[in-house]
Design a protein around this ligand. Structure first.
Ligand code: PLP
Length: 396
């Protein structure tokens, strides 16, 4: 099949909920993807943050093969050795004491919201409401969508789940304004990804934690995109020295296989009882068998440190480009989730890079997002910086 054939079949048979680039990839290796015509692309989009270990990583490939020959699925009617092991690994790195496994980021957010609601119901005046932030992104299922404070995602699907209130990112007074004795939880991305690559302010996060403690409110951190070493720390919220009650993980956790994890701290987990929540596929042998190996790699301190160093280099060099080109308004982000706010549509840069056989993506209208596999080399980063420089010079 040619790319044209595949595009034709997609148009004819796949529900059109995506605006796709006219590219179809057949295989990948390291940080490179090869399309079906044989063209090789340097990938700085990493399947939207999923492919932290790139493509055909030897450990991921071998774990997949091994696990396929053992057992793939038995359901949560029975104990699952690799699920128990992965939960232990995750808890050993953070505040979490119990983990619920599911299949995607949005489901992991749904779990967090449900656990918070159940916790809130124990009060004589039940706490059932949520606060989320402008420009947030938490997923597409109705609960997570109700916490996704962007009109473009919500509008067609109203009425949403009631009880969600909006505050302004990095503005504690705006949070206080919508806080009531019915507030169960505040959900926040420590680094907003889809909403434009905005890193939370340290003072704000500390103030948020303080507010939650004083008012008996749960703090949920959504690290679906910014977690698992992406920001140069294993867990993004640890940049702020805060202790949340729930953390949501997903994208890179199983090396490209679908997974979600809702990590629950000591205030919440005792409230959850058998039958309260479930997922047929969640945490099955296959996925968690692979995820155990991926987790060991991603959580290795020297690996996390290498991400921090590469991220710092990328950010510093982008700041240098900003001095040269006034069309760059701001450099945002942390680690290997970095954005350049442009005074023109980010899609122009995405198209130029694509012609140069480099994949990048936008975050909103005007932010060019760099979110490469975490195994990226300095040479790869230099190639992207040189391409950006040339693009901006031609455009000036
Ligand atoms: N939360 C955040 C911060 C995300 O970036 C995303 C997806 O981009 C989600 C939740 C939803 O994840 P999924 O697409 O796996 O449902």
């Amino acid at each position: 099949m040619t790319t044209k054939d595949i595009i034709g079949k997609t148009e004819q048979f796949v529900l059109k909920t995506y605006g796709r680039k006219p590219l179809a990839f057949e295989n990948g290796n390291g940080v490179n993807l090869t399309d079906i015509e044989g063209n090789v692309y340097l990938d700085f989009a990493s399947g939207l943050g999923v492919n932290a270990l790139g493509y055909a990583h030897p450990l991921v490939s071998s774990l997949i093969k091994k696990q396929a020959d053992l057992v793939i699925h038995t359901s949560n009617l029975y104990h699952i050795p690799s699920q128990a092991l992965l939960a232990e690994k995750i808890c050993s790195t953070c505040f979490g004491e119990r983990v619920f496994f599911c299949n995607s980021g949005t489901e992991a957010v749904e779990g967090a919201l449900k656990f918070a609601r159940k916790w809130g119901k124990k009060f004589s005046n039940p706490k059932i409401d949520f606060i989320a932030f402008k420009n947030s992104f938490h997923g597409r299922t109705l609960g997570a969508l109700s916490a996704t404070m962007q009109e473009k995602y919500q509008k067609s699907f109203e009425p949403l789940v009631p009880g969600f209130f909006e505050a302004v990112f990095n503005d504690i007074d705006s949070v206080k304004k919508v806080t009531t004795d019915k507030t169960a939880a505040i959900i926040i991305e420590p680094l907003q990804g889809e909403g434009g690559v905005s890193f939370a302010d340290s003072k704000f996060m500390k103030a948020l934690e303080k507010l939650c403690r004083e008012q008996d409110i749960l703090l949920i951190v959504d690290e679906v995109q910014c977690g698992m070493a992406r920001t140069g720390k294993l867990h993004a919220h640890t940049h702020f020295d805060i202790t949340p009650d729930i953390m949501v993980l997903a994208k890179p956790l199983a090396g490209g296989l679908p997974i979600g994890a809702t990590v629950v701290g000591p205030r919440v987990w005792p409230e959850m009882k058998p039958g309260d929540h479930a997922s047929t596929f969640g945490g099955n042998h296959f996925i968690t068998g692979v995820a155990c190996g991926v987790f060991d790699l991603l959580s290795d301190p020297s690996f996390v440190q290498s991400v921090a160093e590469k991220g710092e280099y990328l950010r510093t060099e982008l700041l240098n480009l900003m001095k040269k080109y006034p069309s760059i308004r701001e450099i945002r982000g942390k680690g290997l989730l970095v954005g350049a706010l442009m005074d023109f549509p980010a899609s122009e840069a995405v198209e130029y890079f694509q012609k140069e056989r480099i994949l990048i993506c936008a975050a909103g209208q005007h932010v060019v997002r760099f979110i490469p596999p975490l195994i990226v080399s300095m040479n790869d980063i230099d190639r992207v910086l040189d391409t950006f420089d040339l693009f901006l010079a031609r455009r000036a």
